[in-house]
Design a protein around this ligand. Sequence first.
Ligand code: MSP
Length: 512
Amino acid sequence: MNKNYYITTPIYYPSAKPHMGHAYSSIIADFFARLKRIQGFNVYFLTGTDEHGQKIQRAAEEKKMDPLLFCNDISKTFRDLSDTLNLSNNDFIRTTESRHAKSVKNLWNILEKKKEIYLSKYSGWYSVSDEAFYTESEIEDLDGIKKSISSGSKVEWVEEESYFFKLSKWQDKLLEFYNKNPNFILPETRKNEVISFVKSGLKDLSVSRKSFNWGIKVPSNKEHVIYVWLDALTNYLSALNYPNESDDLYKSFWPADLHLIGKDILRFHAIYWPAFLLAADIEPPKRVFGHGWILSGDEKMSKSKGNILDPLEIIENYGLDPLRYYLIKEVSFGNDGNISQEKLESCINSDLANNYGNLCQRVLAFCEKNSNLEVPTIEDLTEDDKIILNQYSKYYDNLLVYSDNQDVNSYINFIVEQLFLANKYFNDQEPWKKKNDKLRMNTIIYVALELIRKVTILLYPIIPSSSLKVLGIFGINEEKINFDTIKDNNYLKKGLKLNKLDILFKKIEKND
Ligand code: MSP
């Protein structure tokens, strides 16, 4: 089995302040990267910034700055986000780096050589905010302003000489590709949207611009810069040292296993990107998953709408792991999700403080008092003990399927259920009433400790730093976390001295 796994986030347009949508996209990708790592995969997790194009050029002009200096500053805010969000990315790519320019030019040259690109003239609508071309049927007139129906952003009329990629030629081959790779686009609803869009007919795509210069120049014609999406998408290859196809990174990790993206950029990833790659004889990625949006009210949270919830403020007030947990659990994966401070607080109180935190705290306190904070000697397990411990081996295959299918919702539902069962087990078994039956009391402690260990391994990709604190009780550090050990019922060895645990999550007091 191929044990390498390449996962990417979209590279972000550097904007002064990353918002909750950006945080969400990155946290979900980090969740998968960590989950695959503890399953024994050699994971390469990439993120970065998308720094070319008219949008960035205009933003820099507004600040009267050189575009590169402008990007240097704000790309850093996204680089810093990796620390703030505890992302485990292996690389952070900037499209202004020379390794990237080399890779884009190479791809362009191949496409040109294969006659997949030709020079003509573009006249049509363009949205600088989306860096996307729209047809007449994709725009609407709102109070005299032309806007894209799908994104709501303003479009402007563009008429200029442009290179075109022969996208229309790839229509049937793309449909064939989707057919042969039924899980290339997930979730299913998004796949259907893409397929019907492709079936409705693809036009050749303008892939260069002449009226501004902030970008990678077309190698054979310096008057043109390469369309920012052709440029940006290629980052996934550049990070693996493409065009050096004998490079270890490239050999190990291409084709990418998962491009995790928001649904707004599905067309670029699920249509243009595989078409460019097929045309260049490069294997397309294995999967593109389009997640939903974080909404504010009913609208997508975005800078242009001015409805941003600041992740940094939330982290400062509530901590990072609660935010990670909340976003992963409460936003039904694949769909849009509305987030609010009130819901975040009740999630912290019910799931993290009362359920998980309380389980760890009370079992450990009881173990400290009655078993000297050591893994005790036990007697034979009862049926009840076995049933609850065996939940993890029973559902092990399902858990793997959830991770392979990006079924975050089922994964976290399993955890919530197990937390409930573990708390119930400790309550029902009433070890505090077993002081005269030391062996039974010890066995209950042992089972409860094993349950904490198992559920914490599952929680690690979601709340890594809190989970590491809990696993630290048993002397398990990050390198030692092994997903398969959730199946073991006697991992903890008798006599193992346990470490103490500080309060994990503070309950939020409501002052109303
Ligand atoms: N630069 C392009 C991506 C190029 S990839 C080759 C881009 N950048 S972005 O900064 O606008 O968006 C980055 C990611 O954040 C996208 O996946 C986008 O869907 C996601 N989000 C931006 N706003 C969002 C929400 N409000 N909610 C959830 N994710 C959203 O697109």
